[in-house]
Design a protein around this ligand. Structure first.
Ligand code: PHE
Length: 377
């Protein structure tokens, strides 16, 4: 007995008892069930109390909760007992197991805390302590999508330029053929900025990136191929598909002999890069005062392949942008000769594209600053 490891003493005794050749587990148990469990419990508790460092504690865990511990063997042998015996013995043993596990966890945190305390006290660094992981940052999902969109146009010869978020009424509306009282203004509820001197018109937060068509053409001659990313603002009630601030990308190409075919080819290539090469596109007529003709472009639903699902609202097609041929009146106002130059323009919403690509069902997630959402991208 003195030779047996302390944790397994009970079992060894039982097994070594002369005459105990058959039905060992039930024999052990029948011998003295309460005592057996109780003895296991006592030595385990006593030794745990005495464990003074983490290495001893680990040895204790292996001895009392490990695969070869008496308690584990005992639990495994329960199946061989008669049902009434099994119920009581099983309950006792499981209770003890839970107790020991809990006591172990507590002891472990005590010993850890004590070690940290000692380290702090002596002012030394314990290089064995687990390090604090440095969380890597990442790009916001809208930034990621925006960069991919810009790259899809840059690879087709477009340059990225930017313009002001606080804009004059003239660029946001007038120069784009949206005069005061024009119904299109009502579609773009505008945040206006009050100021004392409004002699050059009202200031506002741009409602789209289209004012940059005019800003750029004023200062440059064709050939023009630009994309203009940026934040745009509309005074809207928010809901799953509306935010008061969204990111747009404006596309503008002006050159000799630009036709609707160039518009289609360029935007089709963009759509394939973002939504997959197998995409199909559909153009339909739409109205924007600054283009003629105006179109909306849709892609075939990449989820259902056109059969109809929730994402495409059972239509098989998803509208992703507005576009058209730059209105000749605007080209003329810029001093371009419309007998030579034509152009196309397009505007798209980055949040909408990111939602489609990632299956995000509420646009408001993007700006709620919830890291659980943002870390997914
Ligand atoms: N600016 C338009 C909008 O925000 C989109 C657009 C841009 C349409 C360029 C046609 C051409 O709705």
């Amino acid at each position: 007995m003195a030779m047996s490891p302390p944790g397994n003493a009970i079992l060894y005794n039982a097994l070594l008892r002369p005459g105990a050749k058959t039905a060992r587990p039930s024999f052990i148990f029948n011998m003295s069930p309460g005592k057996t469990i109780e003895e296991i419990a006592q030595s385990a508790r006593r030794e745990l109390g005495a464990a003074s460092d983490e290495a001893v504690l680990e040895a204790w865990r292996i001895a009392h909760l490990g695969r070869k511990a008496s308690l584990t063997i005992f639990l495994r042998s329960l199946a061989e007992l008669a049902p009434e015996e099994r119920r009581k013995a099983g309950a006792d043993a499981n209770r003890l197991k839970a107790e020991l596990e809990e006591a172990f966890a507590e002891k472990r945190s005590q010993l850890q805390a004590a070690r940290i305390e000692r380290t702090v006290e002596t002012g030394r660094i314990d290089v064995t302590l687990p390090g604090r992981p440095v969380r890597l940052g990442r790009l916001h999902p809208i930034t990621q999508t925006l960069r991919e969109i810009l790259a899809a146009f840059e690879s087709q010869g477009f340059s990225v330029v930017e313009g002001p978020e606080v804009e004059l009424d003239y660029y946001n509306f007038e120069a784009l053929r949206i005069p005061k009282e024009h119904p299109a203004r009502e579609l773009m509820d505008t945040f206006y900025i009050d100021r004392a001197d409004e002699s050059d018109g009202r200031l506002l937060l741009r409602t789209h990136t289209s004012p940059n068509q005019v800003r750029f053409m004023e200062k440059h001659q064709p050939p023009i191929r630009i994309v203009v990313p940026g934040k745009t603002y509309r005074n809207e009630a928010t809901d799953p598909t509306h935010e008061w601030m969204i990111t747009q990308v404006e596309v503008l190409a002006v050159d000799e002999g630009i036709t609707l075919a160039h518009l289609k080819g360029t935007l089709f290539e963009f759509a394939k890069r973002i939504f997959g090469r197998e995409r199909k596109i559909r153009f339909r007529c739409d109205y924007f005062p600054f283009v003629e003709p105006g179109v909306d472009m849709a892609i075939d639903c990449f989820l259902c392949g056109g059969g109809g699902c929730r994402t495409c609202k059972n239509e098989g097609w998803i509208e992703i942008l507005g576009a058209g041929m730059v209105h000749p009146e605007i080209l003329t106002n810029m001093g371009y000769d419309t007998n030579i130059y034509t152009g196309f323009a397009a505007g798209l919403g980055v949040e909408r594209i990111a939602m489609l690509r990632h299956g995000v069902d509420d646009i408001r997630h993007f700006y709620a600053n919830d890291l659980r959402f943002l870390r997914q991208f």
